[in-house]
Design a protein around this ligand. Structure first.
Ligand code: ADP
Ligand code: MG
Length: 468
């Protein structure tokens, strides 16, 4: 048998024991480069597949090889084909069960993700601002000019220019980004300033908890000694009477003390059903601005900016193609770009008009988030991590289960926009604070942990791109 034939037999065995999707994802374009005296060198197309195969499938591969060749395997090595800046050969961790002698390649250690040069999140009053949401990273265009100018005016004269500033518009159009840009900019310009960013949902939950625990005083103190209060998606407190009341008093106190309040919503105050009139009228004291879908030129500019931030090259023509196709919102635009990048990096290929076109088509065909359900998310992740759904929903805290669980909660929040209580419920009746913690943790971890980031990207590909 040639090496190639041996490898094909190994793959044939593997194919029987793992799912088709995993098989294609992990073993496509792999082969044996050499097999001699029990030493095996296998080539894989990228670092991600390499890590995964090494971690998950090394011992199965060894056993299959031993069975097929009838000889013991002493050493396994994996090599990446044509990836820049990554050492060519890495070796698997010793797996004692097979008694392998495995050398580690000490001269060229595996690359670690570059350390973050900026603090990951400014800690403002115990709450988080995403440092990427700055004015510099915001592309101003038709649709956001006024909101941008008003936000800058607030930075120049907090508490004076427009108070409150109320930004509204559809999902993914930059409301949270702009609001946090105000927070980031003021935190930078005025060290010591007390900024708080919170979703209305969180505000409401905090309030309810404080009543339950008899810590209403702490709650008041926390929210009323703030210089800049940013409340995101304020429409969520509509219909929640006691939360509205609490917010009303918080707002009045801050406003009287000339502290700045910024609010966002998916609709203008007037159009929020079940929002108390006294709140509607408060919101109209200041400035109400909207954000709308940017025009084609602005979408091109946004894509160019995101590419340069990620140091990724996309031709003018491809950028225009993406800008022309994605007309829903900026999150979608950014999501499509991320998919294009992940897809081509995983496949080690340069994006071409053809490949991008088919990616966009498949994204559109699967119509993205609409077709995604919590159940599908559970199934995909269970399959991805090779674990049982029942175990995910259960109480076992082994890392093997806790990480996938956290990734599910993160994706339920990010991609399905589910509320924390609903996520907790879906995950076998967990507390909403568990869901909140999981979401924050994964969101932070993927910034620094390349492997986790790639895992999440790959899961997303499975969820959204059919033909991988
Ligand atoms: P919203 O709060 O309106 O749902 P976000 O502020 O979360 O939307 O924006 C969604 C994504 O799009 C974020 O990653 C954000 O950085 C990006 N984004 C939105 N508007 C712009 C813009 N004008 N320039 C650059 N990035 C933007
Ligand atoms: Mg938002």
């Amino acid at each position: 048998m040639t090496n190639h034939e041996i490898w094909q037999s190994v793959l044939a065995e593997l194919e029987l024991s793992i799912s088709k999707a995993s098989f294609v994802t992990w073993f496509k374009n792999t082969d044996i480069i050499s097999l001699q005296d029990g030493q095996v060198l296998i080539c894989v197309p990228n670092q991600f597949q390499l890590n995964w195969i090494k971690q998950k499938y090394n011992s199965i591969i060894v056993k299959a090889l031993e069975r097929i060749t009838g000889k013991p395997i002493k050493k396994m090595e994996y090599k990446i084909n044509n990836i820049k800046n990554i050492p060519a050969i890495t070796t698997a961790e010793p797996t004692n069960e097979n008694n392998l002698t495995i050398e580690s390649n000490q001269e060229t250690p595996a690359p670690k993700p570059a350390p973050a040069t900026e603090p990951q999140y400014n800690n403002c009053g115990g709450f988080n601002l995403n440092p990427k949401y700055t004015f510099e990273h915001f592309v101003v265009g038709k649709g956001s000019e006024l909101a941008y100018a008003a936000s800058q005016a607030v930075v120049n004269k907090p508490g004076e220019a427009y108070n409150p500033l109320f930004i509204y518009g559809g999902v993914g159009l930059g409301k949270t980004h702009l609001m946090q840009a105000i927070g980031n900019e003021l935190a930078k310009q005025r060290p010591g300033i007390n900024v708080m960013y919170v979703s209305a949902e969180r505000f409401s939950n905090d309030f309810i908890t404080s009543i339950k625990d008899g810590t209403a005083k702490d709650f008041q103190n926390r929210y009323r000694h703030i210089d800049l209060l940013l409340i995101d998606d304020i429409q969520f407190i509509a219909g929640k009477d006691r939360s509205q009341e609490s917010f009303f008093y918080t707002f009045n106190e801050l406003h009287q003390a000339n502290k700045q309040v910024v609010l966002t919503s998916d609709r203008p105050p007037k159009a929020i059903p079940a929002l108390e009139d006294r709140l509607k009228s408060r919101f109209e004291w200041g400035m109400i601005v909207d954000v709308a879908m940017p025009d084609f030129e602005t979408r091109v500019a946004i894509l160019q900016k995101k590419c340069s931030e990620k140091s990724y090259n996309l031709s003018e023509k491809i950028i225009q193609m993406v800008a022309a196709s994605i007309q829903t919102n900026i999150r979608e635009l950014e999501g499509t770009l991320n998919k294009i990048i992940a897809f081509h990096q995983l496949k080690n290929m340069e994006p071409t008009e053809e490949s991008v076109k088919s990616l966009i088509a498949s994204v559109e065909a699967s119509s993205m988030r609409q077709s995604l359900t919590p159940q599908k998310l559970l199934e995909t992740i269970a399959e991805f991590y090779n674990i049982q759904i029942n175990d995910i929903l259960g109480k076992n805290r082994e890392k093997k289960l806790s990480l996938p669980r956290q990734v599910i909660m993160y994706l339920m929040r990010e991609d399905l926009k589910m509320s924390y209580p609903a996520i907790g419920e879906e995950l076998g009746g967990r507390d909403h604070t568990t869901a909140m913690h999981a979401h924050t943790k994964i969101r932070n971890d993927i910034e620094n942990d390349m492997k986790l980031r790639q895992e999440v990207e790959l899961i997303k590909q499975r969820l959204y791109v059919n033909n991988v």
